[in-house]
Write a protein that binds this ligand. Sequence first.
Ligand SMILES: Cc1cc2nc3c(=O)[nH]c(=O)nc-3n(C[C@H](O)[C@H](O)[C@H](O)COP(=O)(O)OP(=O)(O)OC[C@H]3O[C@@H](n4cnc5c(N)ncnc54)[C@H](O)[C@@H]3O)c2cc1C
Length: 418
Amino acid sequence: MRRGLVWFTEDLRLDDNETLLKAIEENEEVLPVYFWTEHEQKPQFGIPRLGDTRKSFIQESLANLQQQLHAIGGSLLVLNGSPEDQITKLCKQFDIRKVYTKKQVGSEEKTSQIRVKERLLAIAVDFETYSSSTLFHPDDLPFSVRDIPLLFTKFRKLAEKESVVRSPFNPPERITVPPFEEVIMARTLSSKPTWLQGGEDHALERLHHFIWEHQAIKTYKETRDQLSGLDCSTKFSAWLSQGCISPRRIYSEIKRFEHEVLANDSTYWVIFELLWRDFFRFSFKKYPKAYFQLHGLDQQALYTQFDPSKFEAWTQGKTSEALINAGMNELRETGFVSNRMRQILASYWVFGMQQDWRYGAAWFEHCLVDYDVASNWGNWAYIAGVGNDNRGGREFNIEKQAQLFDKDGAYRAQWLTS
Ligand SMILES: Cc1cc2nc3c(=O)[nH]c(=O)nc-3n(C[C@H](O)[C@H](O)[C@H](O)COP(=O)(O)OP(=O)(O)OC[C@H]3O[C@@H](n4cnc5c(N)ncnc54)[C@H](O)[C@@H]3O)c2cc1C
């Protein structure tokens, strides 16, 4: 009996999942496994990594993946603890020949993957990784990841000119799994909004709503900077972060919409933003550690100090700026703030409060429901002036931002009263 193991990480879906498809294709039975590593994750700068909104989103996504696998004849084994400690035991117990998983981008996750690979090699189990989280497949880029341009525009122009986005794979129709006892997923209570439900089903519903039902994609470029409003931007980020949906599936639906209904600047702009996501992911592969360091990509950080009382004021929404307090309250309570608000909040921590940017990034990592290692640390480094930019960072004038994006004060009123 040929048996494989699929180690799910941030690819909690059946659709466009090459890792899963390959495992099913090459084996008679496949064991789908997810390792819950919360307790192995050490706090950074004293801040716990995983906040309740993301925790509950991941739990929902896993429960949905279990249901999806049931529907095609399978199930999902969720184990507490690190893969390093458990995978060899599992492979021996189930007589696994090969382990399949998604390629990782964060440095800690990569290190864990290398350790797992070494342990598997020692017991003669094969190990294969797949790139399944970006729009462009890394093999299709016109440069090697080592030579990725420092600036986004250069990356985008080259990638768009020379590469083609691959078609997404269809989901598998059937899976056969060895017998094991499935555990019902725990649920953490959180205050995240009701529209932010984890899982592939919700991701595909959101995609359908945004593109086809509401057709909000037609005006995305004009509305994406608004501070609130469900359909002003796609809200795909949390599902993308846990891999409940693939960027290639989003791309193929946009292309279909452009072909059948309308193609304009707005429809293109969603793809443009997905390219920012790709850009940070590929840049992370080039610089796996630099984005976590004060001076980032070998530049000079302007502010190096950390004042705990300023941190308390910023995180708890008790600064002298109403717009900042509103944004920090929304972030703490819901796990989500718009892109514009993220820029304003980050800029205020770095330039307004003149603090070490990494504490801000770590707080976002704790709070964000859509936390993604490359997008979070890459954007923070960019704003702080130590990332993929040569303009010394992005300082936002809070008063001007409030005038532009919250002229009537509705956003502040909403988040300052709660
Ligand atoms: C300081 C800071 C921290 C951030 N941290 C994260 C994070 O941890 N996880 C995360 O997914 N995004 C992060 N972003 C990027 C961006 O703010 C969010 O992706 C976006 O606000 C999510 O809302 P949306 O899905 O409606 O985005 P849309 O505007 O609808 O964009 C579509 C998709 O494009 C991608 N995208 C958009 N803008 C960016 C960007 N600037 N960088 C990378 N990808 C982008 C996202 O996947 C997003 O879902 C951060 C931005 C800043 C300024």
